[in-house]
Design a protein around this ligand. Structure first.
Ligand SMILES: Nc1ncnc2c1ncn2[C@@H]1O[C@H](COP(=O)(O)OP(=O)(O)OP(=O)(O)O)[C@@H](O)[C@H]1O
Ligand SMILES: [Mg+2]
Length: 360
């Protein structure tokens, strides 16, 4: 299993989960692998009694994670909501891994997601040959989660059309999945719940109906509060990615990380870090996830086409691509930022020059 590009959270962090379970003496909700407190420790990180170190997965407000975990112990489902790249999917995966030991019961919401992807479908060859039977039934992750008392995940809930979203109402309020064709039903086993994610930036989304909204507790994941928090996130994710990808590069210097994160935060906020200069903001989201990928692609350039150390011109290419999403508007924003901010910073000359060299 060491060969896979991206391991499931419950495999990648199997040791942490096992240690947490071993020292977890608090009460666990029915069918949970860990107590709510231990789930939060898994998410936020911490030291166990035997001084075993649990790595932080979510970096930010502990209280938000407590609210998310507490929600899952109730009859309400959890909706993680927020801007792109604020770790909604990431938190959902780790929550499912910690609570159920299984993060794979996942339904990806798209405009084309049909009812049969949420409830159940049919194997038509069997259906025609044998008529409706349990053997002809094609189960879904939701079906499995209900039957086994586990967490089901729905990614991008608001991309699913409104009528299909509404099939969730019975599931969430009655904890029931009727199968009229077989004259039977699946009753959710204790431990079942749903974590959905949705982002509030993408266009072409379907609003959640009021009826569905009332069945979810919404937790809004914010963009990282401080510069240091965001640097910490980027540093950790980049380290872990370059380990998996086996990049022959050195860890990026704090200087370079700070510059990338500063540029992202300034353009996102429309204000320089010292609060003195107002800036135009680009059309893209300038999310932490993109900052991670700028550093990561820079490291790949440094590893294979440089001396293995992340330098300004390795960062520049990805940086410009992250900012300039709209070739007309964003170009103006970027050029203004280059000339009024980057150019004036003493020890930023190299990155200013590297960015100027990239023609737009
Ligand atoms: N506060 C944070 N703590 C830890 N990691 C974070 C944080 N914010 C962002 N990340 C990292 O950013 C990356 C992207 O996160 P993720 O894909 O979960 O975003 P998302 O909110 O689901 O975005 P989208 O709306 O585009 O689906 C992940 O690798 C995650 O580790
Ligand atoms: Mg996501």
């Amino acid at each position: 299993m060491n060969n896979v590009l991206r391991q499931h959270a419950e495999h990648q962090f199997a040791e942490e989960l096992a240690e947490l379970a071993k020292h977890d003496t608090s009460q666990r909700p029915p069918n949970w692998n860990l107590s709510p407190g231990a789930v939060v420790t898994y998410l936020i990180g911490g030291k166990l009694k035997n001084s075993f170190e649990v790595s932080p997965k979510y970096i930010g407000d502990r209280r938000l994670m407590e609210i998310a975990v507490a929600t899952l112990t109730t009859d309400r489902a959890l909706l993680l909501y927020g801007l792109p790249g604020t770790a909604k999917s990431w938190v959902a995966e780790h929550l499912a891994a910690a609570v159920s030991g299984n993060s794979t019961l996942l339904i990806q919401g798209t405009a084309g997601t049909g009812e049969e992807a949420i409830r159940y479908g049919w194997n038509y060859a069997r259906l025609l040959a044998e008529g409706p039977s349990e053997r002809a039934l094609v189960t879904t992750p939701m079906f499995t989660a209900m039957r086994d008392g586990k967490i089901a995940r729905i990614e991008e809930l608001t991309r699913i059309s409104a009528d299909v979203q509404d099939t969730l109402i019975t599931i969430l309020s009655e904890k029931l999945l009727p199968i009229p064709e077989l004259n039977t039903e699946v009753q959710a086993v204790k431990g079942f719940n749903v974590i959905a994610t949705a982002n509030n930036r993408d266009k072409g989304v379907n609003e959640l109906s009021g009826a569905l909204k009332r069945r979810f507790n919404t937790v809004i994941l914010p963009v990282p509060a401080s510069m240091n928090e965001e640097i910490d996130i980027v540093q950790r994710r980049v380290a872990s990615l370059s380990r998996t990808l086996e990049l022959p590069a050195e860890a990026p210097s704090m200087h370079e990380l700070r510059r990338v994160v500063t540029i992202f935060r300034e353009l996102r906020a429309g204000l320089t870090d010292d609060g003195k200069t107002k800036l135009k903001t680009p059309s893209g989201t300038m999310s932490t996830a993109e900052a991670i990928s700028v550093v990561n692609s820079g490291l790949a350039l440094a590893a294979y086409f440089g001396d293995g150390q992340l330098r300004a011109h390795d960062v520049a290419a990805g940086l410009v691509g992250a900012v300039v999403k709209d070739p007309v508007q964003d170009k103006v924003v970027w050029n203004e930022y280059l000339e009024t901010v980057l150019k004036t910073r003493e020890d930023w000359r190299d990155i200013y020059r590297a960015c100027k060299e990239i023609s737009l």
